[in-house]
Design a protein around this ligand. Sequence first.
Ligand code: APR
Ligand code: ZN
Length: 238
Amino acid sequence: MSKRDSASLFILTGAGISAESGVETFRDKGGIWSRVRLEDVATPEGFARDPAAVHAFYNARRAGLAGVQPNPAHLALARLQRDHPGAVTIVTQNIDDLHERAGSRSVIHMHGELTKALCGACGDRSPFAGDLAISSTCAACATSGQVRPDVVWFGEMPYHMDVIEERLLAADLFLSIGTSGAVYPAAGFVAEARAAGIRTIELNLEPSEGTLLFDEARHGLASDLVPAFVEALLRGAR
Ligand code: APR
Ligand code: ZN
């Protein structure tokens, strides 16, 4: 088996991979941050100021998951994980569960997950469906008033950064899909990969903020680009 066949892949995804499933992106025209102030709903200060408004924001997005399905891009990555002989690490900035519902495994959610709740009192993280409220109580310590969406807000440390760094630097290929490259630390992964001599490819609707750092950038819809990329890689071309 050639080195190319067992190449280890590090794949970063952003909101653009879920756009064609009907999940809103943040910075496209009409995106979430053009309608809602991120300071109000995606910061610890915003949650302290008005927890009910923050719960309402994430409750609506959590409820929205029932109405969306994985698209061919999610399905292609699940196929890649199944059929590629080398390691395939998927790190997503997304808090939706579309990678998992497409069949991907061990997805690393660096910004947390809509389908989990976090207790501010005991740190318990548990799967959660339905609506969270100020009165919600923690499944583990029964404290109420301290349960929040298990989502990483601005100013907080993204999850799993140790394993992310390890997998990134061990990769033969860094593939970035559907992200604007506007938010760190994810936006810095391409520079780290490049400095480590790792091949970098961007698949995005339009050039991201870091597009010039990529060895190769292909622009178009994720549901076209990702299946084509996976097909070519599994056929041994790239
Ligand atoms: N196919 C491919 N790319 C697409 C598509 C599509 N159908 N639709 C949109 N895109 C691209 C856009 O061109 C844009 O570059 O996806 C990117 C989405 O960028 P953002 O909305 O900024 O989303 P993302 O990069 O994931 O944001 C990162 O910012 O607000 C925080 O925590 C939030 O995880 C999020 C982080
Ligand atoms: Zn608790």
